[in-house]
Design a protein around this ligand. Sequence first.
Ligand SMILES: [Cu+2]
Length: 287
Amino acid sequence: MTLGLHLWGRRSVSPTRRSTRRSLARRGVPRAAALALLLATVTACANDVPKADWSRGLLPTSITTQGDTITNLWNGAWIAALATGVVVIVLIVWACIFHTRRRAKAELPPQVRYNLPIEIFYTLVPLVMVSVFFFFTARDTREVDAVSGKPDVQVKVEAFQWSWRFTTVVGGKTLKPVTGTPVSDYHQGPQLVLPVNKRVEFDLSSPDVIHSFWVPAFLFKRDVIPGLLENDKGRKFEITTLNKPGVYAGRCAELCGVDHSRMLFNVKLVPQAEYDQYIATQTGSAQ
Ligand SMILES: [Cu+2]
């Protein structure tokens, strides 16, 4: 029946329809080329994306204790979801193999509607699963959002169209602000130098539009919203850096205008001794 319809459909294709098909095929070629070009561009743009591997659930290496918490939450959630998926698939396959309607006996199988224990079971299991997810998410979100108020280093981050200004306060001294301009490589963007194994508090503000402060290696981003006052919720967040010296990419993660994609910066994690030297060169005339 299906085959018959199919053949009939083929035979009855009108000349106009055929030409439409041909023109569709012709249009398909530039489309595929455009798609290939787009893919190439996207891949080219992604050169500052940290290398991700499966052992960390495809996440970038975290350089903060908060990032480790996120990594664990992410991997835990995936493991729980995959385990649930395996159980569901096994049950589906089992039902397909052992509980298919046999041709010989076409009567209804035993019905389980209004079976109270089963209904309770069906309600409780998802509730327990959602509660477990909720518990871990709430616990870890609290931890990641916590601000101790006793940081070793404070960084005032001003996001503007289209770069960043970082002003560091450490040991009562205010360092020279680092101000950037739009760039196409994060290495050329403004550099925020931070010591390893230290608590760093960020205070985000914007004079123009909403931006988003994102260092992929923090596994964290926070919107920078204009108009928030000094102690308003959402302006500050805190990280504890790990002993992982290096230069890490940072970017704006909120479409904020024409040069949004060039609003790049970098975070350089250095050992304490090197950080002390850096402070010495940056205090200069400030304060
Ligand atoms: Cu921005």
